[in-house]
Write a protein that binds this ligand. Structure first.
Ligand code: SF4
Length: 457
């Protein structure tokens, strides 16, 4: 990755490889290829000028709107957990109370009320099943509404009694944390019991009942090598696999620097997983791949309703004792209504833009990421001293490896047309898939040469 010469030209991500310059427009999903006979070590200035002349700049203006009605939200059912995973991105909040049943019901109603689109609500914590009454209440309320999906984010360790109740909820999807198939990769419960057999049994019973499961793994130094080996099992359990890297600045994991996988190893494991999962028809989710598919970070509107009714824009659990709380909370749930403070939203917006301008200026991922990978930090830190760019390095490593993986197909497409330069469009090959395939193979991406396009000299 280090050998790749990459930069941004008029909003295009430009890459030099040998005698060719490649320019990628992430918005319209197309590459322009130009010969570079003058300088083989960097993107040629001449080609930059040619690109600017023939193609309009790609506008990727950063316009966060943190007050936007959320179509993706979450309700923090409890701060408690029955595990103690060292890499957890949740701030431990020992004194946090469970959400009450009435707040859980109001939270679902209020979120649904402020959104006229399809709404997805994550029910999470901590381990939400440790507050079964509020969890069941939120599920029951959630299934009364149309165009609403509920996702239970859980470690999969919960009682049969609770399972029998929530499995009846029509619009509920299970998102289960699953860190590998080997004993050492699965976490002990606080009771010291091994969670792995319990989680596997739970997933099998969910599957038997044809309910949807999303699996979610955190890649650490210890499990990176056997995450791939686990795919044989995963393919029988899910069609959606979510990969997280160790979070470097939030929760317990900020003390887990030694758990971080090597940057290139992480990029490679994502690319290998992408090949394997696409073959199995599994949708692999991870920040860079989502960015590549959507050409942007996820929508800004995201609200986390906390047990004490405060609204936060972070997916971590925080409470008023946290130093970042003031800057990450934007309002309160009041009388079954989401009430947002526009003053706070403005402050958050200004912080975000200010920090993106400081930290993202020369970043090659900026047209896609737009600061999204550091969202919490950029929203909250008026003066960042704890900026940790490991997440950015993971993002850029996957991006660079994706570009490298697709270039041979682009070259052979041009060759087939008898061209040395041209424009290549990336098309979704499979209309049935609701995600944008990222690799060129049987069910993946089509690379098409735009024959009308000529690169003038
Ligand atoms: S990867 Fe990091 S530096 Fe680059 S745009 Fe995203 S947040 Fe900014």
């Amino acid at each position: 990755m280090n050998k790749l010469s990459m930069r941004i030209v008029s909003g295009w991500i430009s890459i030099n490889i040998g005698h060719y310059d490649y320019f990628y427009d992430s918005k319209n999903k197309r590459f322009v290829v130009m010969e570079n006979n003058y300088d083989t070590n960097s993107i040629s200035k001449l080609n930059e000028e040619r690109l600017k002349k023939i193609i309009p700049p790609v506008n990727y203006e950063i316009l966060p709107n943190f007050a936007e009605p959320a179509n993706l939200s979450c309700i923090t059912i409890t701060g408690k957990c029955n595990m103690n995973c060292p890499y957890c991105f949740v701030y431990p909040v020992p004194k946090m109370k469970n959400m009450s049943v009435s707040t859980a019901i109001s939270a679902v109603k209020a979120l649904k009320k402020q959104s006229d689109k399809h709404l997805t609500i994550y029910l999470w914590g901590g381990e939400p099943s440790l507050n079964p009454k509020a969890l069941i209440a939120a599920c029951n309320e959630g299934q009364k509404h149309e165009r609403l999906s509920l996702i239970l984010t859980s470690n999969g360790v919960f009682s049969d009694e609770l399972f029998d109740k929530i499995i009846q909820v029509d619009n509920l999807i299970f998102q289960i944390s699953f860190d590998g198939i080997k004993e050492q990769n699965n976490q002990k419960l606080l009771t010291n019991k091994n969670s792995l057999p319990i989680v596997l049994n739970r997933m099998k019973s969910i599957n038997r009942l044809n309910k949807k499961i999303i699996l979610r793994s955190t890649v650490t130094k210890n499990n990176i090598s056997n995450i791939l080996n686990g795919l044989g099992l995963i393919k029988d359990l899910t069609k959606t696999y979510m990969i997280e890297h160790v979070h470097t600045y939030v929760g317990r994991s900020q003390n887990q620097k030694t758990q971080e996988p090597n940057i290139n190893d992480y990029g490679q494991v994502i690319m290998k997983l992408l090949y394997e999962t696409e073959q199995f028809g599994i949708n692999l989710l991870t920040p860079t791949l989502e960015g590549l598919r959507l050409s942007s970070p996820p929508k800004w509107g995201f609200i986390n309703i906390l047990p004490d009714k405060y609204l936060s824009v972070t997916n971590s659990i925080i409470d008023s004792s946290n130093p970042m709380f003031k800057l990450l909370s934007i309002g309160k749930l009041k009388r079954k209504k989401i009430v947002i403070s526009l003053k706070k939203v403005k402050k958050m917006h200004d912080n975000y833009i200010r920090n993106v301008n400081i930290y993202c200026d020369n970043c090659i991922a900026k047209p896609i990421c737009r600061g999204g990978i550091q969202r919490d930090l950029f929203c909250s830190q008026a003066n960042i001293t704890m900026f940790d760019d490991t997440r950015c390095k993971y993002y850029k490593s996957v991006l660079a490896q994706w570009i490298l993986s697709i270039i041979p197909s682009i070259n052979s497409c041009l060759k087939q047309e008898g061209l040395r330069e041209g424009m290549i469009l990336l098309k979704n090959n499979n209309k049935d898939k609701n995600f944008f395939p990222l690799l060129v193979h049987k069910n993946g991406l089509k690379v098409i040469c735009d024959k009308s396009f000529i690169c003038p000299h």
